[in-house]
Write a protein that binds this ligand. Structure first.
Ligand code: ADP
Ligand code: MG
Length: 693
């Protein structure tokens, strides 16, 4: 149960004063649904409104708050002219300039002869001081509300800074002085503020530095967030680790046969990770290991060999893929090999229905199926194994920790191998998995041709289309990936459809379209036609990101590449890196392109090393964005920014390990306080499920 002291924070934002129905929607989109979400919405800058000069002495370019008397209204003579209001004080006069505003409201706010406090940026024009659209025009009684330090928040259309700050102020009043969850010595040594103190300092900055990621208030809050993350993971881990595992040590017979069927030798990297995996399987503890390897590094065969190790012991194994397409691809690869050695693989997805499904379920329960390949449909309750000993979770960043463990609950002491094609820098491994052991396939099979990558502005689109036409005539196949627009699939789709139509005018029915809104069967049909070569140009939204395998495709054009995460671009590019032919990737960008975006795209040109790309992306953009989308499942921190708070993460990791070693039930006074921390940062699962009892 969530501690009672936190109840006021975990209510709907609608419970705050001044939040109507429309406004509620905006605030929820901007910050989140709950009052607590407002606390984490920190100002990124600050405006100093304490400068109060007389008009004549006000410096150009500075934000000034000036007490003035309204002198005269000058209405515009034409539509282009602004509305002017002359104001004065004892030192001189100045003009307030308004474009496109209602006369009536100006007249009402600035009645001639009355005193007002105005605040905004001072400029000079033709020797006269002026202020265009003052930020504030208030009666003198209200001056103290304006004069001071004003935090500047990230906003969205329809939400003003002033309104938001008022709400956050209310949210802050619901925060109490919770028992300290940091160790006194540690806190003193690092000079950390109290939690509540830090929140207030962050929302009421007194100088610009107070809004920066390395300010004392931000450091305290970031540390708390990271500690909650690391502690939750450490609790999961100790729970898994505490469970006994079974010893899986096959005789090697099946694996030997498979190896002799392969047309290639395993790379050294594949051999090394297999040794690591076998050692885990053999150990009498529950295994939980992460296998990382770039697209094309040969993870599938590693997964298959590991599964066969379990099968050799008379047990069953399962592999879970994030999409139907990918599951089917695994089936094809594995069935081809396994059928030759008398091992039965079957596919189970949401689309396998009726009798066929029942048959698989029956056979599975009776142990007639050795390897089950599936999607999340594997989690359905009525799927029963006879003896599931080993589970591979492929491309796991799409699954939650909860899902991962619910699958493993299907077997006795199931060993788990989590496999991801997204190269993840060590820092992120730590935030997403804690101290999970991991293996890296850091070598691709020899003989692969590099992808030639070019970076071009969209203004060169016509030239690209011409070159593409020549390639297609020579029988090449190409992907055309359409831009990601905001987070809305609808808009993505419109862009893709438009591009599809315009390319169809040039290439006719050689062009196909595939997008996320299509039914699974429609998608597969289009993909199938592309595989067969009936379509040679495939226009797509990012649905092709995962899993598509068309070795003949050697060209990829990505529109508005600057809108994608680097890791995502890397994944996309991996789609054309499958063959031994030369291939081309063209990253097209729109203007204006920031310096950082330019640097990011150039990294893509310079290297194909996914790990290097991921590290660079982390450096350039910070952790939250590294995977390019929110569905990534990687912890996206609200306050912590891994490009600057990396050290805090490592400290939090150590702290968490110590806590779990000393008090895994969080029963001590500090443990109790830490529970509040876990709930504050919504690590409820960890508290409920994994607290050692
Ligand atoms: P991924 O890591 O992206 O899942 P795959 O397992 O699909 O990579 O492997 C990509 C391709 O490389 C497959 O066609 C596979 O048969 C081949 N492959 C795997 N290992 C080797 C190897 N050691 N030498 C040559 N080709 C290999
Ligand atoms: Mg794969």
């Amino acid at each position: 149960m969530r501690p009672q002291v936190l109840f006021p924070l975990f209510t709907d934002v609608a419970s705050l004063k001044g939040v109507g129905a429309n406004y509620e929607k905006l605030i929820k989109k901007l910050c989140g649904d709950k009052v607590v979400d407002l606390l984490w919405h920190l100002p990124y800058s600050m405006i100093d409104r304490t400068y109060q000069p007389k008009i004549a002495f006000a410096q150009d370019g500075k934000i000034a708050s000036i007490k003035v008397k309204v002198k005269e209204h000058i209405e515009p003579q034409s539509k282009k002219q602004p509305y002017k209001v002359l104001v004065e004080d004892s030192s001189g006069e100045m003009a307030l300039i308004f474009f496109k505003v209602y006369k009536d409201s100006i007249k009402k706010n600035l009645p001639i002869g009355e005193m007002r406090l105005i605040s905004g940026k001072v400029e000079s024009f033709n020797g006269l001081k002026q202020m265009t659209h003052p930020d504030y025009i208030v009666k003198l009684e209200e001056a103290t509300k304006v004069i001071g330090f004003e935090p500047v928040y990230p906003l969205t259309a329809g939400v003003s800074n002033k309104m938001l700050h008022k709400l956050i102020y209310q949210a802050l009043q619901r925060v109490q002085d919770y028992p300290e969850w940091l160790e006194a010595n540690f806190k003193a040594q690092k000079g950390l503020m109290n939690f509540r103190e830090a929140l207030i300092a962050a929302h009421f900055p007194k100088k610009l530095q107070d809004t920066e990621a390395l300010s004392p208030s931000h450091i305290r809050l970031a540390y708390d967030e990271l500690l909650a993350n690391q502690l939750a993971l450490a609790l999961v881990r100790q729970k898994v680790k505490k469970q006994a595992g079974r010893v899986l040590k096959g005789d090697g017979n099946l694996r030997q046969k498979i190896l002799s069927l392969l047309a290639f030798e395993l790379t050294d990297a594949q051999k090394r990770v297999l040794t690591e995996i076998y050692a885990d399987m053999e150990a009498p503890f529950r295994m939980l290991r992460l296998l990382q390897g770039d697209v094309g590094s040969g993870k599938t065969i590693v997964a298959l060999l590991s599964m066969l190790n379990a099968v050799e012991c008379g047990a069953q194994a399962a592999i879970m893929a994030p999409t139907e397409i990918l599951a089917k691809q695994h089936l094809e690869t594995m069935q081809e090999l396994c059928s030759k050695i008398g091992i039965r693989c079957e596919l189970l997805t949401g689309r396998v229905k009726g009798k066929a499904r029942q048959k698989i379920l029956d056979d599975l329960k009776e142990g007639k199926i050795n390897i089950l390949i599936g999607t999340h449909a594997l989690f359905v309750d009525n799927v029963e194994f006879q003896d599931l000993a080993f589970v591979v979770v492929d491309e796991q960043h799409r699954f939650g920790v909860q899902q991962r463990l619910s699958l493993s609950n299907k077997g006795k002491q199931t060993d788990i191998l989590v496999m991801t094609a997204t190269p993840i820098p060590r820092t992120l491994v730590l935030t997403a998995y804690g101290d999970m052991e991991y293996s890296k396939i850091d070598e691709v099979p020899k003989g692969r041709k590099p992808v030639e990558t070019s970076v071009l502005p969209l203004s060169k689109l016509n030239g690209v289309v011409e070159a593409l036409a020549r390639k297609l005539e020579h029988g090449c196949r190409a992907y055309w990936v359409c831009p990601l627009v905001e987070e809305s699939e609808k808009i993505d789709l419109a862009a893709a459809e438009e591009r599809f139509e315009s390319l169809k005018k040039i290439f006719g029915d050689k062009v196909g379209l595939v997008h996320g809104k299509m039914k699974e069967a429609e998608k597969d049909a289009v993909m199938e036609r592309f595989k067969k070569g009936e379509i040679s140009l495939l226009v797509a939204t990012t649905v092709i990101e995962v899993g598509v395998n068309v070795p003949e495709a050697t060209i990829m054009i990505i529109e508005h590449a600057e809108r994608f995460g680097l890791a995502q671009l890397h994944q996309l590019r991996g789609r054309i890196k499958r063959g031994f032919q030369a291939s081309n990737c063209i990253l097209m960008y729109g203007y204006p392109l920031s310096e950082t975006s330019h640097a990011r795209l150039n990294i893509m040109k310079e290297t194909e090393d996914g790990f290097l790309i991921a590290e660079k992306d982390l450096e350039l953009r910070g952790g939250g964005e590294i995977l390019g989308n929110r569905q990534s499942g990687f912890s996206e921190f609200k306050i912590a920014d891994l490009s600057v708070h990396k050290d805090l993460l490592y400290t939090a990791n150590k702290d968490a390990k110590m806590i779990v070693a000393q008090d895994a039930a969080l029963a001590s006074p500090r443990g109790q306080a830490l529970k509040i921390l876990l709930y504050l940062f919504e690590q409820d699962d960890a508290v409920r499920t994994y607290l050692a009892g």
